[in-house]
Design a protein around this ligand. Structure first.
Ligand code: KIV
Length: 272
């Protein structure tokens, strides 16, 4: 499957079928314009609840609401044409019961038009993953470092460093794959463990702070563009947008102060 021969929007099934094939490329986006820029380069766009930290300056993703996710999900759907759009279910909108999760997922899918949702959690969420998958909701799983559990994990901590933790992450991934998840994000886990899980589960694994052996990779767009002030070790900055923005804004400020902006090119003249 290549970008050249697919003109319709990709689906969860297309991503599911990429297991063991060409690596799945994905990034987050929260805006229509960034979604439009990345659309032709990625297989799926995640409207991640990291928007709480990236867009709103929150310390964690815990305060993010379903309404925040829906608003940005709508923007990303408007901006993109080809990539599958996956929207995160935020903390508090799905954990209570499969029924609560279905209500939240159905709202997100109806109001944004996205093709799938993502939810964090392993064995304890397997029943919910099955409930949703059997009722028309494609579910992307997310195990390992699950940021919504910041308060119970005691911070953003790499998982799978010892045998017990590695076995727990593996069991989590296997449980949600067997429950019907079409792909699984592996976040913040030991490199060798990510490879082992990838070989063990029948659906694509999408790594972030995991391993090049995963079936695909995801990064937060602002982190890889060099727009976020602080990034974790697993991020490579492929660009330096902060410096570019600073230079542009400095030039603008200087021109406004010197009254050289706007120039005659930027103003309207009366009809001759
Ligand atoms: O919210 C997010 O951006 C995510 C990615 C880090 C996978 O869940």
């Amino acid at each position: 499957m290549s970008a050249e021969i697919i003109s319709r929007r990709l689906t969860a099934i297309d991503i599911r079928n990429r297991k063991g094939g060409q690596p799945v490329v994905s990034l987050t986006a929260y805006h229509a314009h960034t979604a439009a820029i990345i659309d032709s380069f990625v297989d799926f766009i995640l409207v991640g609840d990291s928007l709480g930290m990236v867009m709103h300056g929150l310390e964690t993703t815990v305060p993010v609401t379903l309404d925040m996710m829906i608003l940005q999900g709508q923007a990303v759907m408007r901006g993109s044409k080809r990539a599958l759009v996956v929207v995160d279910l935020p903390f508090g909108s799905y954990e209570e019961s499969p029924q609560a999760a279905f209500r939240s997922a159905a709202r997100v899918m109806k109001e944004t038009g996205c093709g799938a949702i993502k939810m964090e959690g392993g064995r304890h969420m397997a029943e919910t993953v099955r409930f949703l998958s059997q009722r028309g909701v494609p579910v992307m799983g997310h195990v390992g470092l699950t940021p919504q559990s910041f308060n119970t994990m005691g911070g953003f901590k790499v998982q799978g460093r010892d045998a017990e933790s590695a076995a727990a992450v593996t069991d989590d991934a296997v449980a949600i794959a067997e429950a019907g998840a079409f792909a699984i994000v592996l976040e913040g886990i030991v490199e060798t463990l990510a490879g082992e899980i990838t070989r063990k589960v029948a659906v694509p694994t999408i790594g972030i702070g995991a391993s090049a052996d995963c079936d695909g990779q995801i990064l937060v767009l602002e982190d890889m563009l060099g727009l976020s002030p602080k990034v974790p070790k697993f991020v490579r900055r492929f660009g330096s947008l902060s410096a570019h923005i600073e230079e542009s804004v400095r030039a603008y400020a200087e021109e406004v102060r010197a009254r050289t902006f706007p120039s005659s090119d930027n103003v309207y003249k009366p009809k001759a």
